[in-house]
Design a protein around this ligand. Structure first.
Ligand code: GLN
Length: 212
């Protein structure tokens, strides 16, 4: 099974390395044809405006929307979260409007530009996630079909899921955190072989092994 990483710009290498670590073959996606045969896609951190420009230039916007609508899991981290949002504060044009949330870019201002913290994220088990925020966005509004996966201690929302689309304001791939990629791999396996269902939970190389 292969999972793509949008490789136009940003923290691409780190996501590819995390996928390899959990036994999944990563595919660098630069052109629409690179999407063939992948069972999920990761949209990395970087600069969301640059990603919008490059995705438009290389004709990736329609094909990525089609992949997402077909049910393949999509994980957006940091700028990747901004590009999957249906609404961006200030009225910027959405890139892949998949997730019914409103995000605010660079929401922590200059003083708290980047920081690290441990967050409870029950979907991944009891152990908290070490979250690295770098000029991070925040989720300002959560639509009715959207599940909140993690919040900061001040209750602001920093991780969400709407069906097959997961978005995080932080960077798990920079913290040696593999459980989010394992969750995406589990969803991708389900997407790739929806009727098999014969594999015992926990036996795949990417599985969480910490089932709740
Ligand atoms: N500040 C970036 C943006 O607004 C996101 C930063 C990141 O991905 N680390 O696009």
């Amino acid at each position: 099974m292969k999972i793509g990483v949008l490789a136009l710009h940003g923290a691409v290498i780190e996501h590819m390395r995390t996928l390899r670590e959990i036994g999944v073959e990563p595919v660098a996606v630069r052109l629409p044809e690179d999407l063939a045969g992948i069972a999920g896609l990761i949209l990395p951190g970087g600069e969301s405006t640059t990603m919008r420009k490059l995705a438009t230039r290389w004709g990736l916007r329609g094909p990525i929307m089609d992949l997402a609508r077909s049910g393949a899991p999509i994980l957006g981290t940091c700028a990747g979260m901004i590009v999957v949002a249906k609404e961006i504060v200030g009225g910027e044009e959405p890139v892949f409007p998949l997730l019914d949330v409103t995000v605010e870019r660079n929401a922590f201002g200059r003083q708290l530009d980047s920081f690290e913290t441990d967050l409870a994220m029950p979907i991944l088990g009891d152990r908290p996630v070490h979250a690295i925020f770098i000029r991070a966005p925040i989720i300002e509004r959560v639509g009715p079909g959207v599940e909140v996966l993690a919040r900061l201690p001040d209750r602001r929302v920093v991780a969400v899921r709407q069906r097959n689309v997961i978005a995080l304001a932080f960077h798990p791939e920079l913290a040696g955190e593999t459980r989010i990629h394992r969750l995406v791999a589990t969803m991708a396996a389900e997407y790739a072989e929806p009727h098999e269902g014969t594999t015992a939970a926990g036996t795949e190389p990417w599985s969480l092994g910490e089932s709740a």
